[in-house]
Ligand binder design. Sequence first.
Ligand SMILES: C[S@@+](CC[C@H](N)C(=O)[O-])C[C@H]1O[C@@H](n2cnc3c(N)ncnc32)[C@H](O)[C@@H]1O
Length: 405
Amino acid sequence: MQRRRRPPPPASQLPEGCGGGGGRGGSEEVEVQFSAGRLASAAAVAAAAAAARSTEEEEERLEREHFWKIINAFRYYGTSMHERVNRTERQFRSLPDNQQKLLPQFLLHLDKIRKCIDHNQEILLTIVNDCIHMFENKEYGEDGNGKIMPASTFDMDKLKSTLKQFVRDWSETGKAEREACYQPIIKEILKNFPKERWDPSKVNILVPGAGLGRLAWEIAMLGYACQGNEWSFFMLFSSNFVLNRCSEINKYKLYPWIHQFSNNRRSADQIRPIFFPDVDPHSLPPGSNFSMTAGDFQEIYSECNTWDCIATCFFIDTAHNVIDYIDTIWKILKPGGIWINLEPDNQWLFSDCSVYECIVSKFESGSKVMLRCRRRLAARRHDKVAFLLVNSLTFPWFWHQSYRP
Ligand SMILES: C[S@@+](CC[C@H](N)C(=O)[O-])C[C@H]1O[C@@H](n2cnc3c(N)ncnc32)[C@H](O)[C@@H]1O
């Protein structure tokens, strides 16, 4: 088993004929390659390291455990969701008859939700059935006794938000939200690396925190050499499925909103399906160089002066220490390379990254981190508001209506 802590450099950095970067090589049969770095949960690894100067084997064991834990979460989804619906039904039946009669369709609606849960579960099983051997350089052994165990609420929440990520990244329904976030980034790339002046296949672009991979895929579609990086198995299993197993447009259906029992205008909105993929992910142009790496961005990417461009979207706020993230970004960018970043509410472009001095200040909300880089920094702010994973049919929070008796 080969264990790769660092991803291969993009093909454009390798001598001719080396391939590299998991590039697709232009053939429809060639898969988007996923290579794995270390993927155990950071907290688990940190704890183990502190307690026992964790050995390589211990890390391997934790990583394997983590891998199977997430697969178990995918398999446990149906049980967990049915319990949720059963609880709601019990609560409803505990109401006095006259109150139940006010909602004659309610039990019928719960039955519809149950059908949607079963459908989602089928898709989730298809996704994980396909991921056991997804890494070109890593295997995670056998499935123990294969028994499905209860998964944590935390993992169930992650799984539900992964389902919503399908809307944003790979469905027609998510187009507006997707374009609001990805198009400004793509425009900056096109502006800074215009095809009249650059051979896009030689422009190396990294997308850390790539989620389900749509932004990285869009960049590769334009001919740039692009690598997505992601550390969550929830995302990795799902992006592997879309990028490598889906080719028929809108072949699959999901019900991403069924977990939301409040704030729905109509019952029908809760069981509204979405279809994916809205495009054929295999339609990359011949010779495309597109790959995904699995693992912690800071651990995997340490080589100086490697990337022409780093594009981050809703990523920087995942940092425990945002300055460490920025240090890594600056280090791995080539001199004169650019970092394009999009965050909720604010969008910043930092260019000429060879010089930096940054100050991090928090606004009173505590949720926005503003980065100010001095000297030769071109920071452009676009005042478009971006939303992440919103059900557009739910009540916007400024919406109100009054009723008269
Ligand atoms: C809020 S999501 C945004 C996903 C995608 N960029 C988008 O805009 O839809 C942040 C992503 O970064 C990933 N992530 C967080 N920390 C990471 C790290 N240290 N290395 C790699 N990925 C990371 C998370 O798993 C998650 O998928």
